[in-house]
Write a protein that binds this ligand. Structure first.
Ligand code: GDP
Ligand code: MG
Length: 453
Protein backbone atom coordinates (compact mmCIF):
# COMPACT_ATOMS: atom_id res chain seq x y z
CA UNK A 1 0.00 0.00 0.00
CA UNK A 2 1.15 3.52 -0.72
CA UNK A 3 2.41 5.85 1.99
CA UNK A 4 -0.18 8.54 2.64
CA UNK A 5 0.04 11.99 4.19
CA UNK A 6 -2.41 14.64 5.34
CA UNK A 7 -2.79 17.49 7.78
CA UNK A 8 -4.79 15.94 10.63
CA UNK A 9 -5.63 19.15 12.47
CA UNK A 10 -8.43 21.50 11.33
CA UNK A 11 -8.06 23.65 8.26
CA UNK A 12 -7.50 26.76 10.36
CA UNK A 13 -4.79 28.56 12.30
CA UNK A 14 -4.11 27.14 15.77
CA UNK A 15 -1.47 26.55 18.41
CA UNK A 16 -0.04 23.51 16.68
CA UNK A 17 -0.78 21.55 13.51
CA UNK A 18 -0.08 17.88 12.92
CA UNK A 19 0.98 16.35 9.63
CA UNK A 20 0.44 12.62 9.64
CA UNK A 21 2.30 10.16 7.40
CA UNK A 22 1.38 6.46 7.31
CA UNK A 23 2.69 3.49 5.34
CA UNK A 24 5.73 1.32 4.70
CA UNK A 25 7.78 4.34 3.67
CA UNK A 26 6.64 6.71 6.42
CA UNK A 27 10.06 6.63 8.12
CA UNK A 28 11.89 7.06 4.80
CA UNK A 29 9.72 10.05 3.85
CA UNK A 30 10.24 11.60 7.30
CA UNK A 31 14.02 11.20 6.96
CA UNK A 32 13.94 13.23 3.75
CA UNK A 33 12.08 16.17 5.27
CA UNK A 34 13.12 16.23 8.94
CA UNK A 35 16.50 16.60 10.64
CA UNK A 36 16.54 15.84 14.38
CA UNK A 37 18.69 18.01 16.62
CA UNK A 38 21.63 16.27 18.32
CA UNK A 39 22.51 12.66 17.76
CA UNK A 40 19.04 11.24 17.17
CA UNK A 41 18.38 9.18 14.05
CA UNK A 42 14.81 8.60 12.88
CA UNK A 43 15.69 5.10 11.65
CA UNK A 44 16.51 3.85 15.13
CA UNK A 45 13.72 5.68 16.99
CA UNK A 46 11.42 3.32 18.81
CA UNK A 47 7.64 3.52 18.64
CA UNK A 48 5.96 6.13 20.84
CA UNK A 49 9.11 8.29 20.99
CA UNK A 50 9.68 11.86 19.82
CA UNK A 51 12.45 13.91 18.34
CA UNK A 52 12.85 17.68 18.23
CA UNK A 53 14.25 19.03 14.98
CA UNK A 54 13.76 20.95 11.76
CA UNK A 55 11.30 20.21 8.99
CA UNK A 56 12.67 21.27 5.62
CA UNK A 57 12.00 21.08 1.92
CA UNK A 58 15.09 20.23 -0.12
CA UNK A 59 17.30 21.71 2.61
CA UNK A 60 15.22 24.90 2.96
CA UNK A 61 14.16 25.24 6.61
CA UNK A 62 10.38 25.32 7.17
CA UNK A 63 9.83 25.14 10.94
CA UNK A 64 11.07 23.74 14.26
CA UNK A 65 8.90 20.68 14.91
CA UNK A 66 8.36 17.63 17.07
CA UNK A 67 8.34 14.32 15.26
CA UNK A 68 6.62 11.31 16.84
CA UNK A 69 7.18 7.76 15.61
CA UNK A 70 4.67 4.90 15.87
CA UNK A 71 5.95 1.54 14.76
CA UNK A 72 3.81 -1.05 12.99
CA UNK A 73 1.64 -2.75 14.20
CA UNK A 74 1.32 -0.54 17.28
CA UNK A 75 -0.14 2.47 15.55
CA UNK A 76 -3.54 3.84 14.61
CA UNK A 77 -3.42 2.39 11.10
CA UNK A 78 -1.32 -0.63 12.00
CA UNK A 79 1.39 0.72 9.66
CA UNK A 80 4.46 2.81 10.48
CA UNK A 81 3.24 6.31 11.27
CA UNK A 82 5.16 9.54 11.65
CA UNK A 83 3.44 12.63 13.00
CA UNK A 84 5.07 16.01 12.66
CA UNK A 85 3.77 18.70 15.01
CA UNK A 86 4.59 22.17 13.78
CA UNK A 87 3.48 25.69 14.60
CA UNK A 88 -0.21 25.86 13.78
CA UNK A 89 -0.16 28.20 10.82
CA UNK A 90 -1.86 26.92 7.70
CA UNK A 91 1.02 28.06 5.50
CA UNK A 92 3.60 26.21 7.60
CA UNK A 93 1.64 22.97 7.82
CA UNK A 94 0.81 22.98 4.11
CA UNK A 95 4.48 23.52 3.29
CA UNK A 96 5.48 20.49 5.37
CA UNK A 97 2.72 18.40 3.80
CA UNK A 98 3.91 19.45 0.35
CA UNK A 99 7.47 18.43 1.29
CA UNK A 100 6.16 14.99 2.35
CA UNK A 101 4.24 14.64 -0.94
CA UNK A 102 7.33 15.61 -2.93
CA UNK A 103 9.36 12.99 -1.09
CA UNK A 104 7.36 9.84 -1.63
CA UNK A 105 3.98 10.22 0.10
CA UNK A 106 0.63 10.58 -1.65
CA UNK A 107 -2.36 12.62 -0.46
CA UNK A 108 -4.62 10.72 1.93
CA UNK A 109 -8.28 10.43 1.03
CA UNK A 110 -10.90 11.50 3.60
CA UNK A 111 -10.87 8.92 6.39
CA UNK A 112 -8.07 6.93 4.80
CA UNK A 113 -6.08 6.53 8.03
CA UNK A 114 -9.12 4.97 9.70
CA UNK A 115 -9.88 2.95 6.56
CA UNK A 116 -6.39 1.47 6.78
CA UNK A 117 -6.90 0.67 10.45
CA UNK A 118 -9.99 -1.26 9.31
CA UNK A 119 -8.28 -2.93 6.34
CA UNK A 120 -5.31 -3.89 8.53
CA UNK A 121 -7.66 -5.52 11.04
CA UNK A 122 -7.04 -3.05 13.88
CA UNK A 123 -10.76 -2.32 14.13
CA UNK A 124 -13.97 -3.57 12.56
CA UNK A 125 -16.30 -1.41 10.50
CA UNK A 126 -18.58 -0.48 13.43
CA UNK A 127 -15.54 0.75 15.35
CA UNK A 128 -14.40 2.75 12.32
CA UNK A 129 -17.83 4.37 12.20
CA UNK A 130 -17.49 5.16 15.90
CA UNK A 131 -14.43 7.28 15.20
CA UNK A 132 -16.54 9.66 13.13
CA UNK A 133 -19.26 9.63 15.78
CA UNK A 134 -16.71 10.63 18.42
CA UNK A 135 -15.56 13.54 16.27
CA UNK A 136 -19.17 14.59 15.61
CA UNK A 137 -20.36 14.17 19.24
CA UNK A 138 -21.89 17.28 20.73
CA UNK A 139 -23.16 15.99 24.05
CA UNK A 140 -22.09 13.76 26.91
CA UNK A 141 -24.48 10.98 25.92
CA UNK A 142 -23.50 11.03 22.23
CA UNK A 143 -19.87 10.71 23.25
CA UNK A 144 -20.69 7.87 25.63
CA UNK A 145 -22.51 5.98 22.88
CA UNK A 146 -19.71 6.57 20.38
CA UNK A 147 -17.08 5.47 22.90
CA UNK A 148 -19.00 2.29 23.60
CA UNK A 149 -19.17 1.57 19.87
CA UNK A 150 -15.45 2.29 19.47
CA UNK A 151 -14.65 -0.10 22.30
CA UNK A 152 -16.35 -2.73 20.16
CA UNK A 153 -19.47 -3.52 22.20
CA UNK A 154 -21.65 -3.90 19.10
CA UNK A 155 -18.90 -5.73 17.25
CA UNK A 156 -18.32 -8.20 20.09
CA UNK A 157 -22.02 -8.89 20.63
CA UNK A 158 -22.61 -9.43 16.90
CA UNK A 159 -19.49 -11.57 16.63
CA UNK A 160 -20.71 -13.80 19.44
CA UNK A 161 -24.00 -14.37 17.59
CA UNK A 162 -22.13 -15.02 14.39
CA UNK A 163 -19.95 -17.66 16.07
CA UNK A 164 -23.01 -19.38 17.48
CA UNK A 165 -24.67 -19.37 14.05
CA UNK A 166 -21.49 -20.81 12.53
CA UNK A 167 -21.52 -23.60 15.09
CA UNK A 168 -25.10 -24.44 14.16
CA UNK A 169 -24.23 -24.24 10.49
CA UNK A 170 -21.31 -26.63 10.81
CA UNK A 171 -23.51 -29.07 12.72
CA UNK A 172 -26.18 -28.86 10.05
CA UNK A 173 -23.66 -29.17 7.23
CA UNK A 174 -22.06 -32.26 8.72
CA UNK A 175 -25.42 -33.87 9.14
CA UNK A 176 -26.84 -33.00 5.72
CA UNK A 177 -23.59 -33.59 3.77
CA UNK A 178 -22.74 -36.94 5.31
CA UNK A 179 -26.06 -38.59 6.08
CA UNK A 180 -24.50 -42.04 6.12
CA UNK A 181 -21.82 -41.22 8.69
CA UNK A 182 -22.39 -41.70 12.34
CA UNK A 183 -23.01 -38.04 13.09
CA UNK A 184 -25.43 -37.29 15.91
CA UNK A 185 -28.72 -36.15 14.52
CA UNK A 186 -29.47 -32.47 14.84
CA UNK A 187 -31.98 -32.20 17.61
CA UNK A 188 -34.69 -29.76 16.37
CA UNK A 189 -35.66 -28.79 19.91
CA UNK A 190 -32.12 -27.81 20.87
CA UNK A 191 -31.71 -26.03 17.56
CA UNK A 192 -34.92 -24.12 18.16
CA UNK A 193 -33.81 -23.10 21.66
CA UNK A 194 -30.39 -21.93 20.53
CA UNK A 195 -31.85 -20.03 17.57
CA UNK A 196 -34.35 -18.29 19.84
CA UNK A 197 -31.51 -17.18 22.07
CA UNK A 198 -29.56 -15.86 19.10
CA UNK A 199 -32.68 -14.04 17.95
CA UNK A 200 -33.06 -12.36 21.35
CA UNK A 201 -29.40 -11.37 21.54
CA UNK A 202 -29.52 -9.86 18.05
CA UNK A 203 -32.79 -8.07 18.87
CA UNK A 204 -31.12 -6.44 21.86
CA UNK A 205 -28.75 -4.71 19.45
CA UNK A 206 -31.59 -2.80 17.78
CA UNK A 207 -34.23 -2.55 20.49
CA UNK A 208 -32.93 0.80 21.73
CA UNK A 209 -32.04 2.09 18.28
CA UNK A 210 -34.84 4.65 18.04
CA UNK A 211 -34.32 5.97 21.54
CA UNK A 212 -30.58 6.20 20.90
CA UNK A 213 -31.17 7.93 17.58
CA UNK A 214 -33.22 10.58 19.33
CA UNK A 215 -30.34 11.29 21.70
CA UNK A 216 -27.85 11.38 18.83
CA UNK A 217 -29.75 13.17 16.11
CA UNK A 218 -32.37 15.02 18.08
CA UNK A 219 -36.03 15.59 17.45
CA UNK A 220 -37.82 17.91 15.05
CA UNK A 221 -40.05 19.88 17.41
CA UNK A 222 -42.60 22.54 16.49
CA UNK A 223 -43.92 25.20 18.83
CA UNK A 224 -47.51 25.83 17.84
CA UNK A 225 -50.53 27.65 19.20
CA UNK A 226 -52.85 30.52 18.42
CA UNK A 227 -51.40 34.06 18.24
CA UNK A 228 -50.09 35.79 21.36
CA UNK A 229 -49.93 32.75 23.64
CA UNK A 230 -46.14 33.21 23.95
CA UNK A 231 -44.69 30.83 21.36
CA UNK A 232 -41.91 33.15 20.28
CA UNK A 233 -41.12 34.05 23.88
CA UNK A 234 -40.76 30.33 24.66
CA UNK A 235 -38.69 29.80 21.51
CA UNK A 236 -36.32 32.59 22.53
CA UNK A 237 -36.19 31.34 26.08
CA UNK A 238 -35.24 27.81 24.94
CA UNK A 239 -32.78 28.92 22.28
CA UNK A 240 -31.17 31.46 24.59
CA UNK A 241 -31.29 34.23 22.05
CA UNK A 242 -33.78 36.70 20.67
CA UNK A 243 -34.22 35.01 17.33
CA UNK A 244 -37.98 35.35 17.13
CA UNK A 245 -39.77 38.67 17.29
CA UNK A 246 -42.03 39.05 20.31
CA UNK A 247 -44.86 41.62 20.39
CA UNK A 248 -48.37 41.69 21.71
CA UNK A 249 -49.60 42.16 18.15
CA UNK A 250 -51.25 38.98 16.94
CA UNK A 251 -49.73 37.66 13.70
CA UNK A 252 -46.17 38.88 14.35
CA UNK A 253 -44.44 35.59 13.52
CA UNK A 254 -45.11 34.66 9.91
CA UNK A 255 -42.19 32.59 8.76
CA UNK A 256 -40.92 29.48 10.51
CA UNK A 257 -37.87 30.35 12.61
CA UNK A 258 -35.59 27.42 13.37
CA UNK A 259 -32.82 26.77 15.85
CA UNK A 260 -31.05 23.67 17.17
CA UNK A 261 -31.07 23.58 20.94
CA UNK A 262 -30.13 21.19 23.73
CA UNK A 263 -32.92 20.64 26.21
CA UNK A 264 -31.09 18.66 28.86
CA UNK A 265 -29.84 15.52 27.13
CA UNK A 266 -32.11 15.90 24.14
CA UNK A 267 -31.37 17.91 21.05
CA UNK A 268 -34.37 19.65 19.55
CA UNK A 269 -34.48 21.05 16.07
CA UNK A 270 -36.95 23.64 17.19
CA UNK A 271 -39.32 25.62 14.96
CA UNK A 272 -41.31 28.67 16.00
CA UNK A 273 -44.40 28.99 13.83
CA UNK A 274 -46.98 31.60 12.96
CA UNK A 275 -49.93 31.74 15.34
CA UNK A 276 -52.61 29.40 14.06
CA UNK A 277 -55.92 31.17 13.49
CA UNK A 278 -58.38 32.01 10.76
CA UNK A 279 -57.10 35.11 9.03
CA UNK A 280 -57.93 37.27 6.00
CA UNK A 281 -54.40 38.61 5.79
CA UNK A 282 -52.78 36.93 2.75
CA UNK A 283 -49.24 36.86 4.14
CA UNK A 284 -50.32 35.72 7.59
CA UNK A 285 -52.45 33.07 5.89
CA UNK A 286 -49.37 31.69 4.13
CA UNK A 287 -47.61 31.65 7.51
CA UNK A 288 -50.47 29.64 9.01
CA UNK A 289 -50.32 27.19 6.11
CA UNK A 290 -46.58 26.74 6.65
CA UNK A 291 -47.25 26.26 10.36
CA UNK A 292 -49.59 23.34 9.57
CA UNK A 293 -46.96 21.77 7.31
CA UNK A 294 -44.40 22.13 10.10
CA UNK A 295 -46.83 20.42 12.47
CA UNK A 296 -47.19 17.54 10.03
CA UNK A 297 -43.45 17.06 9.68
CA UNK A 298 -42.64 17.46 13.38
CA UNK A 299 -41.88 14.49 15.63
CA UNK A 300 -42.88 16.52 18.68
CA UNK A 301 -45.51 19.23 19.06
CA UNK A 302 -45.09 21.75 21.82
CA UNK A 303 -48.63 23.16 21.91
CA UNK A 304 -48.69 26.48 23.75
CA UNK A 305 -51.81 27.86 25.47
CA UNK A 306 -52.33 31.14 27.30
CA UNK A 307 -53.22 30.10 30.84
CA UNK A 308 -54.42 33.58 31.74
CA UNK A 309 -57.54 33.43 29.55
CA UNK A 310 -60.18 30.84 28.59
CA UNK A 311 -59.63 28.60 25.59
CA UNK A 312 -60.67 30.10 22.26
CA UNK A 313 -62.05 28.44 19.15
CA UNK A 314 -58.57 28.43 17.55
CA UNK A 315 -57.19 26.57 20.60
CA UNK A 316 -59.91 23.93 20.32
CA UNK A 317 -59.27 23.57 16.60
CA UNK A 318 -55.57 23.03 17.28
CA UNK A 319 -56.23 20.44 20.00
CA UNK A 320 -58.34 18.45 17.54
CA UNK A 321 -55.72 18.56 14.81
CA UNK A 322 -52.71 17.49 16.85
CA UNK A 323 -54.43 14.76 18.82
CA UNK A 324 -52.63 11.89 17.15
CA UNK A 325 -49.13 13.34 17.36
CA UNK A 326 -46.55 13.22 20.13
CA UNK A 327 -47.54 16.32 22.09
CA UNK A 328 -46.78 18.32 25.15
CA UNK A 329 -49.34 20.92 26.21
CA UNK A 330 -47.61 23.98 27.60
CA UNK A 331 -49.77 26.34 29.65
CA UNK A 332 -47.92 29.63 29.51
CA UNK A 333 -48.16 32.85 31.52
CA UNK A 334 -48.26 31.04 34.85
CA UNK A 335 -47.11 34.32 36.38
CA UNK A 336 -50.69 35.56 35.88
CA UNK A 337 -53.93 34.26 37.37
CA UNK A 338 -55.20 31.07 35.76
CA UNK A 339 -58.37 31.38 33.69
CA UNK A 340 -57.92 28.51 31.26
CA UNK A 341 -60.13 25.39 31.42
CA UNK A 342 -57.41 23.06 32.69
CA UNK A 343 -59.75 20.09 32.70
CA UNK A 344 -60.19 20.20 28.92
CA UNK A 345 -56.43 20.17 28.44
CA UNK A 346 -55.98 17.35 30.95
CA UNK A 347 -58.54 15.31 29.05
CA UNK A 348 -56.70 15.81 25.76
CA UNK A 349 -53.02 15.68 26.69
CA UNK A 350 -50.97 13.13 28.60
CA UNK A 351 -48.15 15.60 29.13
CA UNK A 352 -49.05 18.97 30.60
CA UNK A 353 -46.55 21.59 31.78
CA UNK A 354 -47.06 25.01 33.38
CA UNK A 355 -44.51 27.63 32.43
CA UNK A 356 -43.87 31.31 32.39
CA UNK A 357 -41.80 31.79 29.28
CA UNK A 358 -41.18 35.41 30.12
CA UNK A 359 -39.71 34.52 33.55
CA UNK A 360 -38.00 31.31 32.47
CA UNK A 361 -40.08 29.25 34.89
CA UNK A 362 -41.09 25.63 34.30
CA UNK A 363 -38.42 24.89 31.68
CA UNK A 364 -36.95 21.95 33.61
CA UNK A 365 -40.48 20.44 33.82
CA UNK A 366 -40.74 20.83 30.05
CA UNK A 367 -37.38 19.11 29.74
CA UNK A 368 -38.61 16.17 31.83
CA UNK A 369 -41.78 15.95 29.75
CA UNK A 370 -39.75 15.71 26.52
CA UNK A 371 -37.66 12.94 28.05
CA UNK A 372 -40.82 11.13 29.09
CA UNK A 373 -42.44 11.41 25.67
CA UNK A 374 -39.45 9.80 24.00
CA UNK A 375 -38.48 7.54 26.89
CA UNK A 376 -35.07 8.99 26.21
CA UNK A 377 -33.44 8.71 29.55
CA UNK A 378 -29.74 8.16 28.81
CA UNK A 379 -29.34 6.03 31.93
CA UNK A 380 -31.91 3.54 30.68
CA UNK A 381 -30.64 3.24 27.14
CA UNK A 382 -28.40 0.36 26.18
CA UNK A 383 -25.04 1.57 24.92
CA UNK A 384 -24.66 -1.66 22.95
CA UNK A 385 -26.90 -0.49 20.18
CA UNK A 386 -26.64 -0.06 16.41
CA UNK A 387 -25.39 3.46 15.86
CA UNK A 388 -26.59 4.19 12.34
CA UNK A 389 -28.93 3.03 9.60
CA UNK A 390 -26.30 0.82 7.97
CA UNK A 391 -25.74 -1.08 11.19
CA UNK A 392 -29.45 -1.26 11.95
CA UNK A 393 -30.27 -2.64 8.50
CA UNK A 394 -27.60 -5.34 8.75
CA UNK A 395 -28.90 -6.46 12.15
CA UNK A 396 -32.54 -6.32 11.02
CA UNK A 397 -31.55 -8.38 7.96
CA UNK A 398 -29.89 -11.01 10.15
CA UNK A 399 -32.92 -11.01 12.45
CA UNK A 400 -35.27 -11.58 9.55
CA UNK A 401 -33.33 -14.61 8.37
CA UNK A 402 -33.10 -16.06 11.88
CA UNK A 403 -36.84 -15.52 12.28
CA UNK A 404 -37.52 -17.33 9.01
CA UNK A 405 -35.22 -20.14 10.12
CA UNK A 406 -37.18 -20.38 13.38
CA UNK A 407 -40.46 -20.53 11.46
CA UNK A 408 -39.05 -23.15 9.11
CA UNK A 409 -38.08 -25.27 12.10
CA UNK A 410 -41.46 -24.82 13.77
CA UNK A 411 -43.31 -25.86 10.62
CA UNK A 412 -41.08 -28.88 10.21
CA UNK A 413 -39.42 -27.84 6.99
CA UNK A 414 -36.25 -29.55 5.78
CA UNK A 415 -33.07 -28.67 7.60
CA UNK A 416 -31.63 -27.64 4.22
CA UNK A 417 -33.89 -24.60 4.28
CA UNK A 418 -32.77 -23.73 7.81
CA UNK A 419 -29.20 -24.07 6.64
CA UNK A 420 -29.68 -21.55 3.82
CA UNK A 421 -31.44 -19.04 6.08
CA UNK A 422 -28.78 -19.24 8.75
CA UNK A 423 -26.14 -18.69 6.14
CA UNK A 424 -27.98 -15.54 5.08
CA UNK A 425 -28.05 -14.32 8.69
CA UNK A 426 -24.34 -14.99 8.98
CA UNK A 427 -23.66 -12.94 5.82
CA UNK A 428 -25.56 -9.99 7.27
CA UNK A 429 -23.46 -10.02 10.43
CA UNK A 430 -20.28 -10.17 8.39
CA UNK A 431 -21.59 -7.15 6.50
CA UNK A 432 -22.17 -5.36 9.80
CA UNK A 433 -18.62 -5.92 11.00
CA UNK A 434 -17.24 -5.27 7.54
CA UNK A 435 -15.66 -8.70 7.22
CA UNK A 436 -17.59 -9.37 4.03
CA UNK A 437 -18.72 -6.26 2.30
CA UNK A 438 -18.58 -4.55 -1.08
CA UNK A 439 -16.08 -1.77 -1.76
CA UNK A 440 -18.98 0.54 -2.55
CA UNK A 441 -20.32 0.28 1.00
CA UNK A 442 -16.84 0.70 2.50
CA UNK A 443 -16.25 3.81 0.36
CA UNK A 444 -19.65 5.13 1.40
CA UNK A 445 -18.79 4.70 5.08
CA UNK A 446 -15.46 6.48 4.79
CA UNK A 447 -16.73 9.25 2.52
CA UNK A 448 -18.30 10.81 5.63
CA UNK A 449 -14.89 11.24 7.23
CA UNK A 450 -12.67 14.29 7.20
CA UNK A 451 -9.22 14.36 5.64
CA UNK A 452 -6.49 13.42 8.07
CA UNK A 453 -8.58 11.06 10.21
P1 GDP B 1 -46.68 34.37 20.03
O1 GDP B 1 -47.58 35.18 19.17
O2 GDP B 1 -47.37 33.15 20.49
O3 GDP B 1 -45.36 34.11 19.39
O4 GDP B 1 -46.45 35.23 21.38
P2 GDP B 1 -45.23 36.17 21.77
O5 GDP B 1 -44.10 35.35 22.24
O6 GDP B 1 -44.98 37.14 20.66
O7 GDP B 1 -45.88 36.88 23.03
C1 GDP B 1 -47.10 37.56 22.98
C2 GDP B 1 -47.20 38.44 24.20
O8 GDP B 1 -47.28 37.64 25.37
C3 GDP B 1 -46.00 39.36 24.39
O9 GDP B 1 -46.41 40.61 24.85
C4 GDP B 1 -45.20 38.63 25.45
O10 GDP B 1 -44.41 39.50 26.21
C5 GDP B 1 -46.30 38.03 26.30
N1 GDP B 1 -45.84 36.83 27.03
C6 GDP B 1 -45.21 35.78 26.53
N2 GDP B 1 -44.93 34.88 27.49
C7 GDP B 1 -45.42 35.39 28.65
C8 GDP B 1 -45.43 34.92 30.00
O11 GDP B 1 -44.93 33.88 30.37
N3 GDP B 1 -46.06 35.73 30.91
C9 GDP B 1 -46.63 36.90 30.56
N4 GDP B 1 -47.22 37.61 31.51
N5 GDP B 1 -46.62 37.36 29.31
C10 GDP B 1 -46.01 36.63 28.36
MG1 MG C 1 -44.67 34.53 17.52
Amino acid sequence: MSTIAAISTPNAAGGIAVIRISGDNAIAVAKRIFIPFGEKCIDTMEGYTCAYGIAHSGGERIDDCILTVFRSPHSYTGEDIVEISCHGGLFVSKKILRAALKNGAVTAEPGEFTKRAYINGKIDLTQAEAVMDIIAAKSEVELKMAESLREGTVYKAAKKCSERILKLLSGLAAWTDYPDEDIPEVEPKALLAELSKIYNDLSALVSDYDRGRILREGVAAAIVGRPNVGKSTLFNCLSGCNRSIVTDIAGTTRDVVEESINLGDIKLRLSDTAGIRDTDDVIEGIGVEIAWKTVEAAELIIAVFDGSCPLKADDIELIKKIKNKKCIAVINKSDKDTAIEEQILKENFIHLVYISAIDNIGISELESAVKEVFEANPESISMTTAANERQRLCIEGALESVKEALDALKYGEMLDAVNVLLDEAEQKILELTGEKITDVVVDEVFSRFCVGK
